[in-house]
Write a protein that binds this ligand. Structure first.
Ligand code: HEC
Length: 263
């Protein structure tokens, strides 16, 4: 690679290399912070805890989110709940909202009503003032009316991000991240690492970025493009991290000044 042979980071003076070192460290810190922000912001997008592909689908495509209570019951939560009550609750949640409202505290019901089961089996751990090692006060299930529990027991339609915000976000991210990638491109080519390694890494970086941001738009119509966002984004971020690391190592490992200046 003609460019890489001529100019080497390692030939810069100590102060210049020191400056670059801290710039790269700041950049890596910024990349980590954006990952953390993404997790904080998107983790609950689909209304269920944990960052999954559904959070990405919810944000870019919109999503019919399954009832939180149903998801918890289906995964066997809480262990203490007997099978009959579990079945009553899950069957109840398969009804239409008006059927559910009717059955919620039906005074004519012979069996326990959903409201009675929740009061008896869930509220001990799920009230704002619940304490103890197994309590989960963040989720309040001490509710009187059906309206209060409805968002937890019926499917919720999550709208995708608005076109305006998507355009704004594309404009800021596409411009800044592409420029960031170009800077890393130049710096990486000025390191000692074999051209094939840097080349492959830079190809992954560029393609990953384009696939990520392009998929934001494609996912509006087809939810499957959420995978493009996940995989493209991971590839881009991984490549940024790796090239930062390669630059840092090159700056401070012995050698690496290139052929013409090795004397
Ligand atoms: C012994 C205490 C305990 C009981 C009883 C209990 N829970 Fe929980 N629940 C927890 C804890 C702790 C968590 C958080 C950890 C987890 O998700 O398993 C939780 C989590 C949940 C979640 C997921 C939280 C979320 O953010 O989506 C739901 C839904 C839920 N519980 C519903 C119920 C229902 C319905 C009942 C009664 C049938 C019930 N729980 C009974 C302790 C309890």
């Amino acid at each position: 690679m003609a460019f890489g042979h001529g100019v080497r980071l390692k030939r810069c003076g100590v102060l210049a290399r020191l400056g670059l070192t801290f710039m790269v460290l700041t950049l890596l810190g910024g990349a980590a912070a954006s990952g953390f922000y993404l997790w904080l912001k998107q983790e609950k997008r689909d209304l269920h805890p944990g960052l999954t592909i559904d959070d990405i689908k919810a944000h870019y495509h919109g999503l019919q989110s399954r009832p939180r209570l149903l998801v918890a019951l289906e995964r066997g939560h809480p262990e203490e709940l007997n099978a009959e009550d579990r079945r009553t609750l899950t069957t109840w949640m398969s009804g239409t909202p008006s059927e559910m409202e009717q059955a919620w505290a039906d005074p004519d019901s012979i069996d326990l009503t959903p409201s009675e089961i929740i009061a008896a089996s869930c509220v001990s751990c799920h009230t704002p003032d619940a304490t103890g090692p197994k309590a989960y006060p963040q989720l309040n299930l001490r509710v009187g009316s059906f309206a209060a529990i409805q968002p937890l027991v019926t499917s919720v339609q999550i709208q995708p991000v608005s076109m305006t915000i998507l355009a704004l976000s594309t404009h800021t991210h596409a411009l800044s991240l592409a420029v960031l990638a170009m800077v890393l491109w130049g710096l990486t080519l000025m390191t000692r690492w074999p051209g094939l390694v840097s080349g492959a890494l830079l190809a992954v970086m560029g393609i990953g970025l384009a696939v990520d941001i392009g998929s934001w738009w494609l996912a509006r119509d087809h939810a499957a493009w959420a995978w493009g966002i996940a995989i493209g984004g991971a590839a881009f971020n991984g490549a940024v991290g790796l090239s930062g690391l390669m630059i840092l190592l090159d700056l401070w490992l012995p050698g690496g000044r290139g052929k013409s200046a090795s004397a």
